[in-house]
Design a protein around this ligand. Structure first.
Ligand SMILES: *[C@@H]1O[C@H](CO)[C@@H](O)[C@H](O)[C@H]1NC(C)=O
Ligand SMILES: *[C@@H]1O[C@H](CO)[C@@H](O)[C@H](O)[C@H]1NC(C)=O
Length: 619
């Protein structure tokens, strides 16, 4: 009797004991349970022939709740059935006028609007992969991005006509078909297509049109600013699309939720986690052209939004708005995103109430990811048994000065210790593949790291420095040298440097990001070596950059140097420059600041420096 009593008491006490000694045991367990569930589902989809795709999932949702609102946009609403019909029209029109067939890649150059959704969906119904072009890019970058995905068709929004015209001669030369989503277009070489779509049949498309697509086929090309050069088109397979779509489910989003998308649809966060995740859940989306801190909570109240997405910057912008009495008057309960810093995170919760912040870490093309499923502020995720089995990864010691992993006498990498910052690498396996970038073997190779722990092994080099503490929480530390993040966008330093050296007076450019107090990420700065006998051309430099780069990628600070310090392997040294920042009191070299209204670089005075650091000047 007594023994039973002890046993029962012991069992009853078990949860409490676990909670004391393994405080995250239940969090781990629930997460593992959910994640396994999705893993099993994905396996089921894979085995079906033809496999069960996101399009099939959407069509099931249409059958189940045709009248349910799928998209709120400005003052319009579109039901699941509406979006289905619109996408049928797009698909039928494109089949006729462009003779599109499965496997043909089509590039989309559109802003965040409902038409983005049904144009993509129409393409998916035809089995055509879509390349999601960033609508901020222009000229050389735009042409490069378009070309590397191998598309023969470009579909652009009416308001982006000028940007298309700029690269039109090159497109014509390659025989590319260009469609503009407008009723008319008089430019030779651009066809308007809205009329054709409006007149097209809304009859469903036969699944046989996409019957050769399998789960490892490319579904999308999503562009990432990698460590070097121009943006790269990452192959996103159907399998990857599914995996990313499960993030909503894993973080507790249900079909009843109203999901707010204000991040660009050309990135994985907005498109895969937001849009595709919502199709997987069958919930309602509120789509916005562009994030607005002042409109944010009004939108949440107007549409009864329950789930929001964020990047570090948006959290900060929200915290920077003037306090209001109705700050907590909203229904938002989950926030999914990445890049928020611990201090902002706390401020956000204090001000806007109990919102479950689900911070995650993942790269579009990467093969490792983490997700915050406990209640610890500031961490991006947790190491558990599941991640170790399915996504074997490691943090390895990294030499920041040389920008390469530290290797021992046998040429192998060295694991970073607990609480030590290391480079995140993910083992490339069948379950965690790294497919690479379209039309860019060299960049694909650069992201592969071999001889990590044994001769001949192969890992994906994330380019991110992370730290794991004694309780297995994962913290994001920094990116490795060649990229920095500003306004939520990755900037590749070599791409910026290449463009700077197009300017006559500039011989060499060393681009990096520097911290500005009170801002997420790093702002662009360039150290320049001028050509013999040349002066810095404040106006031309500004106009060349404006021609080739989006605002967030243009260096706001310039530092003129006579010579650059180089490493043993002739890489230009950056670490010291990054640390020195842009304080004119500490730096003897001439400094300039990019004044966007005057459209030129102006000398960076002490006074100007103060206005920038005190936020009187908006960056
Ligand atoms: C939001 O919820 C309120 C109260 O439940 C309801 O009256 C209103 O119609 C909802 N708004 C929308 C846009 O669904
Ligand atoms: C995770 O979510 C909890 C619950 O909202 C939140 O309070 C915490 O700050 C987040 N921490 C992690 C582990 O990302």
């Amino acid at each position: 009797m007594y023994i039973w009593f002890t046993l029962l008491a012991g069992l009853a006490l078990l949860p409490a004991l676990l909670k004391t000694f393994f405080p995250y045991f239940f969090h781990d367990l629930i997460y593992i349970y959910k994640a396994l569930g999705f893993g099993i589902r994905l396996n089921k989809y894979k085995r079906k022939t033809p496999f069960y795709s996101v399009v099939d999932c959407f069509l099931d949702a249409v059958r189940k709740h045709p009248q349910k609102i799928f998209i709120h946009f400005e003052d319009q609403t579109y039901s699941y059935a509406d979006v289905d019909r619109e996408s049928n029209k797009v698909a039928n029109a494109l089949r006729t006028v462009a003779a599109l067939k499965e496997g043909d890649t089509v590039a989309l150059f559109l802003g965040n609007e409902p038409c983005f959704v049904w144009t993509w969906l129409g393409l998916a119904k035809l089995g055509c992969p879509a390349a999601l072009l960033n609508f901020n890019i222009r000229s050389k970058s735009l042409l490069h991005c378009f070309s590397c995905c191998g598309a023969n068709v470009l579909i652009a929004a009416a308001e982006l006509r000028d940007a298309v015209e700029e690269i039109l001669p090159a497109l014509k030369e390659k025989g590319i078909t260009v469609y503009l989503l407008s009723d008319e277009c008089s430019t030779d070489g651009i066809k308007s297509i809205s009329q054709k779509i409006a007149e097209a049949s809304d009859k469903p498309l036969s699944p046989s049109l996409r019957s050769n697509i399998h789960i490892r086929s490319t579904a999308l090309y999503i562009y990432t600013s990698g460590t070097t050069g121009l943006p790269k088109a990452a192959y996103v397979t159907h399998e990857r699309v599914w995996a990313a779509s499960f993030i909503q489910g894993v973080t507790g989003v249900t079909s009843e939720d109203i999901f707010y998308i204000n991040l660009p649809l050309y990135h994985s966060a907005g498109f895969l986690i937001g849009l595709i995740g919502s199709i997987e859940r069958g919930n309602t989306i509120v789509l916005r052209r562009k994030f607005s801190a002042t409109q944010f909570w009004d939108d949440c109240r107007k549409y009864n939004i329950t789930v929001m997405q964020y990047i570090g910057e948006t959290m900060r912008y929200l915290c920077n708005t003037p306090k209001k009495d109705n700050d907590r008057d909203h229904k938002v309960k989950i926030a999914i995103g990445n890049g928020v810093r611990a201090d902002i995170w706390k401020e956000f919760l204090n001000r806007f109430g109990e919102i479950h912040v689900r911070e995650l870490y993942a790269a579009t093309e990467g093969n490792v990811g983490f997700i915050n499923y406990t209640s610890k502020v500031g961490v991006i995720g947790r190491v558990n048994i599941l991640s170790k089995i399915f996504f074997p990864f490691a943090l390895i010691k990294f030499d920041i000065e040389k920008e390469e992993p530290v290797r021992n006498s046998e040429g192998l990498c060295i694991p970073a210790g607990k609480d030590e910052v290391g480079l995140l690498v993910g083992k490339i396996t069948r379950h965690s593949p790294f497919v690479g970038y379209a039309g860019n073997k060299q960049q694909t190779e650069k992201k592969r790291l071999s001889n990590v722990f044994v001769k001949g092994d192969l890992y994906f080099n994330s380019g991110d420095l992370l730290r794991i503490d004694h309780d297995n929480f994962v913290y994001f530390q920094d990116r490795v040298g060649d990229t920095f993040r500003w306004k939520g966008e990755n900037v590749a330093t070599t791409e910026v440097a290449d463009i700077l050296t197009m300017v006559d007076c500039i011989e060499e450019a060393n681009v990096y990001g520097v911290k500005v107090e009170g801002h997420e990420g790093r702002i662009g700065m360039a150290a320049l070596k001028l050509r013999e006998g040349k002066e810095f051309d404040c106006v031309t430099t500004c106009s060349v950059l404006a021609n080739y780069l989006p605002v967030y990628a243009r260096p706001r600070f310039i530092r003129i140097q006579n010579s650059f310090e180089v490493t043993g392997t002739f890489k230009i040294k950056k670490v010291k420059l990054v640390e020195e920042g842009f304080d004119p009191r500490l730096i003897q070299d001439p400094l300039y600041f990019l004044d966007l209204t005057q459209k030129k670089y102006i000398p960076l005075t002490q006074e100007l420096y103060k206005s920038i650091t005190s936020h009187d000047i908006k960056l």
